[in-house]
Design a protein around this ligand. Sequence first.
Ligand code: TXA
Ligand code: MG
Length: 357
Amino acid sequence: MITAIFDVRDISDDFEQLNERLIQAADILAAGGTVAFPTETVYGLGANALDPEAVAKIYEAKGRPSDNPLIVHIASEDQLAGIVREVPEKARKIMAKWWPGPISIIMKKDPRIPDRVTAGLDTVAVRMPVNPEARALLSRCGCPVAAPSANLSGKPSPTRPEHVLHDLEGRVDGIVLGRNCDVGIESTVIDLSVEPPVILRPGIVTAEDLEALIGEVRVASNNGKTESVPKAPGMKYTHYAPEAPLILYRGEADSLWQAIRERAEAERAAGRRIGLMLSSEHLNAAREAFGNDPGCRIHDFGSAKDPKQAAQCIFDILRTLDREGVDLILGETFEEAGVGFSVMNRLLKAASDVITV
Ligand code: TXA
Ligand code: MG
């Protein structure tokens, strides 16, 4: 399949020019094709949500299990009428505060949304992204757009245009090459079809943020067990794990670095190539210890005090480590609170072991 490329990186802040240059991409969507595009969270792979055959092409291109439902993306709240049966009061509050933005809301679905989109569930997840590229495309194509993350199933979500090219060129009808994703982890998914509402996937909008706005919410814990909460269908699939085992270290900053360093030295002595995922706070020490060693790849995920930085780069680092072909990855962890909880959610899914020091 020949993939049409729409490179808008030179004009990504000019809404009028964007509209102009994305007309053809919008036409592809309207005609039942698939187009990958940037959002503020991760790149998505879109198709007309009202066209079951178009939606089937998404599953095909990604190699995604067909019982994992998709999020429907819209450009304006007027579109909700044909997507959900009713908009609960709590949804109105969330929309007023965070839309357009990185949160998806699950509500009871309208019969016009095909089963292919929701995998047969009677609920549907809806989101209004804020990226200008996404908004231009979604408003122009004239239909709601079902879009999972634009990676091959089992790979980390794409946060840069080159990730999408790598995974999907030749497998989809179009790719919009835009900016790197600001948020870097997928949207928060909150289920408002149940009471109290349940966060099915933590994101940059946190449980703390949501509780402050709508009162009690339930959260599935990050350790794989849930607090008697139904799982998002997507949670049962093996998530991305890097080619090399990822071992996470939990503990206090100093002893944590100590433990990682000792393990790294032992692994290097045994001739294994390693990757380190560290906070900026330990970067200098790591460079002093391993900076001249080509068998040790050092990656900085930003300050341990600011998990938003890690959210932004975590998937890119995991993809880079795969390319670098290391044998083992040692990574620092975050305090599981606020955005740190959401980053840890993704890291724990990728990890093969967690060591507490
Ligand atoms: O940030 C994002 O949400 C990105 C961008 C492209 O918008 N999209 C994304 O889609 O991450 P995807 O398909 O990779 O993840 C959607 C998650 C899955 O875990 C899925 O199971 C869950 O949302 N989900 C979707 N509809 C649902 C529903 N009706 N009930 C429960 N879970 C649902
Ligand atoms: Mg995904």
